[in-house]
Design a protein around this ligand. Structure first.
Ligand code: GLN
Length: 172
């Protein structure tokens, strides 16, 4: 699990504690990983609007744009239909979040920003942007499902872990 936070600081800490290459190798070898927000940024193959020295763990063949929705004051919540989850949309909390700018062929988009948020505001340039993706056993969300008490997204990740451990294969 790679949580939210500040991806540039997390990148520095990964370097300071010599964790960058070991984690990269584990992810390439198939270790399941889930990144939310800054975690998504770290798992992305490429980052736009990052710091030039910002390092990636990789694992997802996607390009993400850091702070894509704007500044801290532009943080917002909305309901998102989420592929693979039953029982209605997920309440998504976006805090200075990235969005996914483009995805490679092996990447499944699990959720996109709707035209209008629950407050009725038009999503503008954010409309239709991918905010949840999966590639094999690696999954990422731009938002923070841990803040709502809805455990379904984490449940999805637990299923990926179980399938990986049982060797039924999820890599695409
Ligand atoms: N904007 C932060 C970053 O670039 C991510 C914010 C978050 O994780 N909520 O890392």
């Amino acid at each position: 699990m790679i949580p939210g936070g500040e991806s540039t600081t997390m990148s520095r800490l990964l370097q300071t504690f010599d964790l960058l290459d070991p984690l990269r190798k584990r992810i390439v070898d198939g270790m399941p990983a889930y990144g939310s927000c800054a975690g998504m940024i770290l798992l992305a193959g490429e980052v736009l609007d990052g710091r030039p020295d910002q390092q990636q763990l990789g694992g997802l063949d996607v390009v993400v744009r850091r702070n894509a929705f704007g500044r801290q004051v532009d943080s917002f919540e909305t309901d998102l239909p989420f592929s693979g989850l039953v029982d209605g949309p997920v309440r998504a909390v976006f805090i200075r979040a990235p969005w996914v700018e483009s995805v490679g062929p092996g990447v499944e988009v699990l959720a996109t920003v709707p035209e209008r948020t629950v407050s009725g505001a038009h999503a503008g340039a954010a409309a239709g942007r991918a905010v949840a993706v999966r590639q094999g056993s690696v999954i990422a969300t731009s938002f923070h499902p841990e803040l709502t008490g809805d455990l379904r997204v984490h449940g999805l990740f637990c299923d990926l872990v179980k399938r990986t451990v049982m060797g039924t294969g999820t890599r695409s």
